[in-house]
Design a protein around this ligand. Structure first.
Ligand code: SF4
Ligand code: SF4
Length: 471
């Protein structure tokens, strides 16, 4: 990280404006104004990604649920692939990728995850849109609605708002459960009131917290409860670009009528940037703890600049270095932190691709009986005992035939028939291998290979190398 000293500093104007404001909810709920703009479009796109959450559990693949976290059977099904606890490293690498992506995004552009994608932001946005429809979509209209006497219309609007909130909250809860169980069966179980108790508990918990957090707590969840909001500060550096007010250009602020004055800055003090902020921040007071870097204040100010025919960017994404010291932001490819994050993400992706490309539909192991390692038969033959275990990781039954190679003179008991292995199951098979006395030679270890081949599918075959032991 670069040093703060040795750099020409132009912070005076910012120092005079800076004011640390923390919105702890004492001024009531925020009802932000909605405006079109580049960052609003980006936010809408981020919100739309959440449709996957609601649609995902209903996707089918080969007649089965395409994505299913089957916790009771310790399996994760993904479009025909079944991952078991031993494959958890692939999921861990996937999670690592997203964790580092989050850190990288924060390091580059602050809390963009919060601003554009976080479920709390998205659900709050949806809930406030609904509230605006029924109770007025500006603070003034809402205040008028609240102050109005309790007429039938007011009561019905309140009931409608809370009913829609509750339906969304319940859908959120049911959908969460649907990722962990058969989604269509879940709906049937809910309507027939036969769903298992854990489903009701999960559903009820999600419904309650969605309704409470998005409907009532809103931005206060970020302030009081979210650990990521607390952590993100340590991921910033002087190169991180954040929505910031260019005070040098904007100050001294003043009404539009006084704009012709030569001492007047570009800010016309319209406060539109404050009106659109979902967390109630006046970005002109400097960076604030509650800022989720959503860029909506940029859209608002750009629209004002367009109207008064001034260049856009009075509020813009800018780094500390650029704004306070007049030094251009270092390109991403020259930032060590970004390079390290990118390398970790690249390695994670390579690992995940390797994991999926070498993914085996079966897991085959052979356990050699240890006590005793071998038995000498009455006729002098030596017998070794093995337990064969084949895990079926496909979503259909496999009919398995076992074979042995490398010990051609041996007699085998237990592998003369095929075995049906159901999806996700292991069928242990005991094999007794006997080597006649005249074939034993002087060596004590003899290589032996067990092969498991599916006879009802063409391309599934797995093998395991073991040893046959003689005295
Ligand atoms: S200050 Fe601007 S970027 Fe920050 S939360 Fe408010 S609108 Fe979003
Ligand atoms: S929207 Fe722009 S012009 Fe209006 S108060 Fe905010 S910074 Fe000033």
């Amino acid at each position: 990280m670069s040093k703060l000293i040795d750099i020409p500093v132009k912070v005076e104007v910012y120092d005079t404006l800076s004011e640390w404001e923390v919105n702890t909810g004492e001024h009531g709920k925020i009802l932000p104004k909605r405006m079109k703009g580049r960052f609003r479009t980006l936010k809408n796109f981020g919100m739309a990604i959440w449709l996957i959450y609601f649609i995902g559990p209903y996707l089918r693949w080969n007649g089965k649920q395409a994505v299913l976290f089957d916790i009771p059977n310790q399996q994760f099904h993904l479009f025909g692939l079944s991952l078991f606890p031993q494959d958890i490293w692939v999921l861990s690498l996937t999670l690592l990728f997203f964790a580092i992506l989050l850190a990288a995004a924060t390091s580059v552009a602050g809390r963009v995850f919060c601003g554009y994608f976080c479920f709390q932001t998205v659900w709050t946005e949806v809930f406030t849109i609904i509230e605006g429809k029924f109770e007025g979509n500006t603070p003034q209209k809402r205040a008028k609605f609240q102050a109005a006497p309790w007429t039938i219309k007011k009561v019905s609007n309140k009931v409608a708002k809370h009913s829609i909130w509750l339906v969304i909250a319940m859908l959120t809860g049911i959908t969460f459960s649907a990722w962990f169980t058969d989604s269509f069966q879940l709906w049937a179980d809910i309507f027939s009131l036969t769903a298992p108790l854990p489903v009701w508990i999960v559903m009820g918990t999600f419904t309650f917290f969605t309704y409470w957090f998005a409907g009532f707590m809103r931005e206060q969840v970020c302030f009081w409860l979210c650990p990521y909001a607390r952590l993100q500060g340590v991921m910033y550096d002087q190169e991180t670009v954040l929505p910031a007010y260019d005070a040098e250009r904007g100050e001294p602020r003043g009404k539009l009528s006084r704009q012709e004055s030569k001492n007047q800055g570009a800010c016309i003090d319209c406060k539109l940037c404050v009106a659109v902020c979902p967390t109630g921040i006046d970005i002109r007071k400097g960076q604030q703890e509650g800022c989720i870097t959503c860029g909506l204040c940029i859209d608002a100010c750009d629209s004002v600049m367009d109207k008064i025919e001034q260049p856009r960017g009075l509020i813009r994404y800018a780094s500390y270095k650029e704004l306070y010291k007049g030094i251009p932001t270092v390109p991403l490819i020259k930032r060590p932190r970004v390079i390290v994050y990118s390398l970790i993400m690249l390695l994670s992706v390579i690992g995940v691709i390797y994991g999926f490309s070498t993914f085996s539909p079966t897991e085959f192991s052979v356990i050699h009986e240890r006590k005793p390692l071998f038995i000498r038969m009455s006729n002098g033959d030596i017998q070794n005992k093995y337990t064969l275990k084949l895990l079926n990781k496909t979503d259909s039954s496999l009919e398995i035939r076992y074979q042995i190679s490398g010990l051609e003179a041996a007699f085998i008991d237990g592998l003369d028939k095929t075995y049906i292995v159901e999806p996700g199951k292991i069928v242990p098979v005991t094999a007794l291998v006997r080597l006649p006395m005249n074939q034993q030679g002087k060596e004590t270890l003899h290589d032996i290979r067990f092969t498991a081949t599916s006879v009802n599918t063409n391309d599934i075959s797995d093998s395991y190398d073991a040893v046959f032991i003689t005295p």
